[in-house]
Design a protein around this ligand. Sequence first.
Ligand code: GUN
Ligand code: ZN
Length: 426
Amino acid sequence: MSNFMIKGQVIDFPDAQTIRHHKKGAIVVSPQGKIIWSGASRKLPKQHAKLNVLDHGEKLVMPGFIDPHIHFPQYRMLAAPGKDLLDWLNRFTFPEEALFKNEDHAVRAAKIFLSMLLANGTTSASAFCSSHVQSVDALFSIAAQFGMCMIAGKTMMDSNAPDDVRDTAQQSYDDSVTLIERWHGNDRLQYAITPRFAVTSSPEQLRLAGVLLKDNPDMIMQTHLSENHDEITTVAKQFPQARDYTDVYDSFGLLGKTSLFGHGIHLSQDEKARLAETQSRIIHCPTSNTFLGSGLFDLNAAKTAGMKVGLATDVGGGTSYSMFKTMGEAYKVAMLSGYKPPVSELLHMATLGNAQCLNIDESTGSFDEGKWADIIVLDPQATHTQRFRQQLSTDITDTLFSLITLADDRSIMATYVAGKRKYRAG
Ligand code: GUN
Ligand code: ZN
């Protein structure tokens, strides 16, 4: 086994303002799947001149997408017709998640779920599993087979949910400890402490989530925050001593730079300031927010408040696995608030920015040397609409802008995980 080279229009997004583009570019990959060199082909160091080449010609070669908030057991329940968040959870989500107690179901689902991610160009994710350990075992074992970077955890939920998805505070703690020992740090797998949200946790369960985080300070903690008005009212009743929703999590030691909060649409200035101060991450999920009628996230206000914001699908409240669809919806929601995000900002969020939110940016998210070769190949003319649109496009910025609105899984020609092709179109 020796090094090999991937050629094409090589593009990545080192920051929110920059599109790094080599029209004739190359990436040299080691047999272990790491990037050894990337740049313009004409600058290729001599020692790489004779490598085997996978030449993608005019196609776009970009970092794999990173989805920092997605629900594995909701893999087939996209577009379930809920009235709002709490109705959708009770009528559709909890019954579907109950099926993941069955190991065979969970393994079958994990294969489909991860294949869907790869077919959409997503090479890393932070995922909620169900409350059953079987769902975590299934997802991690298949993700390891695919060589993917997968962050995931058992959903802790001991309140306000049916028996077949509910645990107890102590059981959720014990299960989490067992799963951490079994999976955390194996290959590219990381465990995430995963209390679903304050509505479905007792104070004791949130306290134990805080203990887990204190004992594992580098571990991701993921939950939901301030997505829907009825949710916020319910939390205020359940936790009357808390100043606000953010303070519920804060009081149990759950804020910080490894903490991911899905949504955060209806936060007060005080909450934003506290989240920014603690470097907590807010994960914006636009297709979910519009589908469930949760509200319009104000991206610019969040940034102005100093919050670090990631961008995610939130499948199955979200309506697509595609990070293109997600960027497209984020663009539209931002436009409704009077802010026009540059294309570089959205693509940065979907790649290196999300890697930064998950603290995995040293190993993935861009084409810097030493990172894993997590790479997607895109056809910017995959559909008739795209083909005609590209006739008007004179530069790469505009091509990428058009793809944010027009592309989806049909544009993904190939997906490489750690240098191995794991998906090919057709
Ligand atoms: N809040 C608590 N659980 C969920 C979930 O599964 N999806 C969404 N969108 N919000 C939640
Ligand atoms: Zn969610």
